[in-house]
Structure formats: structure tokens, C-alpha cells
Ligand binder design. Structure first.
Ligand SMILES: Cc1ncc(COP(=O)(O)O)c(C=O)c1O
Length: 464
């Protein structure tokens, strides 16, 4: 049934999406012709044409010249009516679920590099200090002691002034991204992302019905004219950025651009969501200050995860933002989980404030740099292309164009090698000859062996 309130083509689009996801049309199956569907629905052909064009734009169908519209692969996941009703995707987590001996796909620190032995000391200390820690709910906004400590930390290390009321503790930055999507996005709202971008953020925005537009990130940052054009023309709800040791490319946006971005955000009333999980993982100089530092008017929301170098298992991240956005975030957070577990927050707090953490980060930087160097050295045996990152956990690598990603994925899987294909980081599903390789999860020996095997799988003779 078509409702009068929404544009007709959008209702047809929604209905077609639902049918594709429910498996009514299978992969590579042709959709009814525009004329047939228009007659069936009693609408103008142009209306159906617009719905089909939107499907194409959202990567749900592809077009065969002079033939029609066909369902793209991997969309119809389940034929079970209940499962199909809730079908969503998280491309990265699907890749991570496949076990592999050579793990290049997870952008996570090797657990052997984390101070696991010391964590038990902190757990014990927390139970001694707060014997009722498990007997109470955490506050929705997060533990006051932790927020005060983080506000001091941001003031001294990043020179941005926030008070504890302007901080919200979340269960990882994935939750922060999801909460922001919940409060900002309504179906068909435009969201700007970088191209390429962190794929789970894009999957989250899609899940909330966002129409995603992208801005290319280069080794030198953005083309600011492109940013201005997108803000002006598309009026996005926000621009999601990861400007420091960007995932997947490792690029860092220079300070001059950070300042100008804030000016553009103010001019076009576009919020900037700055996701900053890799800031402390630098190999040479410390990176430029966060974009948030330049904001005086509440146009930037800052997300800082501590998963990457403190502990992924504690799931501690924080959102810094100005009022009144915090009010909406608090409501969203209370509806999501009523607060991040207090025990995790207290363990994190005591470790975070310890001298041990500083020693750990310094050692971690060296260990990761050595791993990166080992991997790059092995990669010099290939004809792959990549830019050397100054920090972060990944290399963004271009393979020769003759390499078929489908074949490479299959062959790598057979040899228990995992990597993340470039297309999952792109709103248009392109970057077909690019892959993301993480150097953070395996030791140097494993990295070298895994890369040597992967190089062998990209030799031209395999693709003739
Ligand atoms: C850019 C970016 N944002 C967010 C996350 C999620 O981090 P968390 O473990 O804090 O949810 C990741 C994880 O890889 C990431 O790369």
C-alpha cells in the first residue's frame, strides 16, 4: 500500500528493497520492466524509473545495457521471513568471523602486546576500592570520576577544554557512531563520509536509512572545494571523518585543513563527527590536534576510543560534545544500555591514570613500528603500491589491476589468509584493486610468511 505522505518513487524504492532483501528476487535476477511495474502499480513510468535509479545508486541493482535492472550479489541473505525482516550487514565483522592463520583483516592490536598480566592487579584494586561496584547501575553518562579524569587529560594533552558534563562514556566507538546515527539520521538524510571510509560506520549509517555521499581523502587531506560543494549542495546531517591515521588509508589531514573544515561546518551548518581511535599510535611526531580543538561553536563532535591501545575488551570510548546535543545523546544512550558497565570504567580509569600506561604506549609504538617495517620490507618483493603511514594499524595497498579480487579472496581463504577487500570501504563498492592489510595482529615472522604467500597469490600467471 502506498502512502500519500512520502514521495511515490521512494515508497516504491523501499518496497523493492524489502523484497530484494527478503529474497523475492535472487542474485542476478532481472527486475520487472519499468513499463510492467508501472502498469501493475498504476503509476507513471517515470516514477518507477526514479525508484530503479535510486536502487542503482544504492548498489542494490546493476544495469545491463538494453536489457534491464538486475539484483546485485550478496543482498538477498535469507529466505526466512523473520530473519529477512531484520537483514542488515556489517561487512568487516563478517570477514572477521572467518578464522585465519594469517590475520591481516583485523585492525586490532595483537593481545600479546597488551599488558594482560597487569590487568588482574587493577581488577583486584577496583574491587578493594569499590566493593559494591557490581551491585549498582553505572550512571547513563558514565562514571563521574572517569569523566573528570578524561576532561583533565583532554585539557592537558590535546588543549581542548571540556568539562565532565560534556563527556559521555560509551561502549566502544562503534556504539558512539551508532548513537549519533540514531539521533541525527532519518531515512534518506544525507551523510557525508570520506572515500574510502571505515566500513562499519558506513554500514551503521546505511542501517539508519542514510543516503551516503563521499569526499575523497588523499595523502594530503581533502579537496576543500569538494567539501564545500558537498556541504552546500547536499546539506548533509553530518560529515563523518577519521582524520588522523585514517582507517583504511593511514592518511592524516593537515592542521591547516582542520581549521578550514570547522569554518565550513559553521558556514553550512554541518556537524563534523571526528572519530579518533588511532591518535596515540604514531611512529614519529605526534599528530596534529583534533579538529575539535578548533571548534568554538559546537559544530564538532569528538569520538575517542581507547580500544586500540588500552584494551578492546573493556569497550571504553568517550564522546565529547557541547550542549544541547548531549541531552539527546543521553536519551539515546539510556535507551541503548542504561550506561557502560561500571566495572569496566573503573578498571580503565585506574589503568589509564597509571604510570604503567605511559610505558606501555611507548613500547607499543616501537613494537608496531617494527611490525610495519617488517611487513613493508617483505612487500618490496611485490609490485604493489602503498603510501607509508606515520601511524595507525593498517597499510592501504593497491594491487596490479589484473588481479581479480574474487579469485584472490578465494585463494587466500584456502591458504588461511584474511585481508579486507577495498570495496567494503567505499560507498560505491569500488576500489576493486585495493586491499587493507593490518600489521598489528601478528608478529614479524608471521607477517613475513603471510605476506610472502599473499604476494605469490598476486602473480600474473594465476590470472591468465
Ligand atoms: C575508525 C574506527 N572507528 C571506530 C572503530 C571501532 O572501535 P571500538 O572498538 O572502540 O568500537 C574502529 C575499529 O577498528 C575504527 O577503525
Amino acid at each position: 500500500m502506498l502512502h500519500k505522505t512520502n514521495a511515490l518513487f521512494q515508497q516504491i524504492y523501499d518496497d523493492l528493497c524489502r523484497k530484494i532483501e527478503a529474497g523475492e528476487w535472487k542474485e542476478n535476477e532481472k527486475l520487472p520492466s519499468i513499463r510492467k511495474l508501472a502498469d501493475e502499480l498504476g503509476v507513471h513510468r517515470l516514477t518507477v524509473f526514479k525508484a530503479y535509479q535510486l536502487l542503482k545508486e544504492h548498489q542494490k541493482v546493476y544495469v545491463k545495457e538494453k536489457s534491464g535492472y538486475y539484483v546485485k550479489g550478496e543482498l538477498a541473505i535469507s529466505h526466512h521471513p523473520i530473519v529477512a525482516a531484520y537483514t542488515q550487514r556489517n561487512h568487516l565483522s563478517e570477514i572477521h568471523q572467518v578464522p585465519a592463520a594469517y590475520q591481516f583483516s583485523v585492525s586490532l592490536i595483537d593481545p600479546n602486546l597488551l599488558p594482560n598480566a597487569y590487568f588482574s592487579d587493577y581488577v583486584k584494586r577496583v574491587f578493594d576500592l569499590y566493593p559494591k561496584v557490581l551491585g549498582t547501575y553505572a550512571s547513563v553518562q558514565g562514571d563521574e570520576e572517569l569523566r573528570t579524569a578524561l576532561a583533565n587529560y583532554f585539557g592537558t594533552t590535546h588543549r581542548f577544554q571540556v568539562n565532565s558534563e560534556e563527556l559521555l562514556v560509551t561502549s566502544g566507538s562503534q556504539q558512539a557512531i551508532d548513537l549519533l546515527a540514531k539521533i541525527f539520521i532519518r531515512p534518506r538524510d544525507v551523510v557525508l563520509v570520506e572515500r574510502p571510509t571505515y566500513s562499519s560506520a558506513m554500514d551503521t549509517f546505511r542501517q539508519h536509512g542514510a543516503h551516503i555521499k563521499s569526499i575523497t581523502i588523499h595523502p594530503y587531506g581533502y579537496d576543500l572545494d569538494e567539501v564545500e560543494h558537498c556541504m552546500k549542495v547536499y546539506k548533509p546531517r553530518f560529515f563523518y571523518t577519521n582524520p588522523t591515521f585514517h582507517n583504511p588509508t593511514g592518511y592524516t589531514v593537515p592542521p591547516s585543513q582542520r581549521k578550514k573544515l570547522v569554518a565550513l561546518a559553521e558556514q553550512y551548518h554541518c556537524v563534523i563527527v571526528e572519530d579518533d581511535p588511532f591518535r596515540d599510535i604514531y611512529f614519529y611526531d605526534a599528530p596534529p590536534s583534533p579538529i575539535f580543538t578548533y571548534d568554538t561553536d559546537g559544530h564538532v563532535v569528538y569520538i575517542r576510543s581507547f580500544s586500540k591501545y588500552v584494551s578492546p575488551g573493556l569497550r571504553i570510548a568517550v564522546i565529547a560534545c557541547r550542549m544541547p546535543l548531549m541531552k539527546s545523546l543521553l536519551t539515546a544512550k539510556s535507551l541503548a544500555d542504561n550506561g557502560t558497565p561500571l566495572l569496566n570504567q573503573k578498571i580503565f580509569l585506574h589503568y589509564f591514570l597509571s604510570q604503567r600506561l605511559q610505558l606501555h604506549i611507548a613500547k607499543l609504538r616501537t613494537a608496531l613500528w617494527m611490525r610495519k617495517e617488517a611487513m613493508e620490507k617483505e612487500m618490496t618483493q611485490s609490485d604493489w603500491y602503498w603510501e607509508q603511514p606515520d601511524g595507525g594499524l593498517n597499510l592501504w595497498v593497491q594491487l596490479p589491476t589484473y588481479v581479480s579480487m574474487k579469485t584472490l579472496l578465494q585463494k587466500a581463504h584456502e591458504r588461511s589468509i584474511s585481508f579486507a577487500p577495498g570495496r567494503i570501504f567505499d560507498v560505491d563498492g569500488e576500489f576493486h584493486s585495493w586491499i587493507r592489510l593490518s600489521y598489528s595482529y601478528m608478529n614479524e615472522r608471521e607477517l613475513r610468511t603471510g605476506i610472502a604467500q599473499l604476494i605469490a597469490l598476486t602473480k600474473p600467471e594465476i590470472y591468465v
